[in-house]
Design a binder for this molecule. Structure first.
Ligand code: FES
Length: 108
């Protein structure tokens, strides 16, 4: 099974199993990572915001306009910010690394 890594606000690094087809937001919920996802993944909040490690950001599909609009409302927006509900796990994303907003980014 693919894996992914969350960097939590306190700097804790958590590597977890990431079932194919689940979103980063859903994976965070399975493992008790503090990502809210208030709208359940329908692009109507920005509480699933995550910051991608830049090499992973490059590998994702382009953002939809609706995602851009919601991200504008997100706290601690970075150049590699995305909405976690819009990133679906694939084999290609095995090893994905994302940080929660407010975490110190180890790659900066
Ligand atoms: Fe609301 Fe992602 S959970 S936009």
């Amino acid at each position: 099974m693919p894996k992914m890594t969350f960097i939590e606000k306190n700097g804790n690094v958590l590597e977890v199993e990431a079932p194919l087809g689940l979103s980063v937001m859903e994976i965070s919920h399975k493992h008790g990572v503090d990502i809210e996802g208030a709208c359940g993944g329908c692009l109507a909040c920005a509480t699933c915001h995550v910051v991608l490690r830049p090499d992973w950001y490059e590998k994702l599909n382009e953002k939809k306009e609706e995602e851009e609009d919601m991200l504008d409302l997100a706290f601690d927006l970075k150049k590699t910010s995305r909405l976690g509900c819009q990133i679906l796990m694939t084999e290609e994303l095995d090893g994905l690394v994302v940080a929660l907003p407010g975490a110190k980014l180890p790659w900066e």
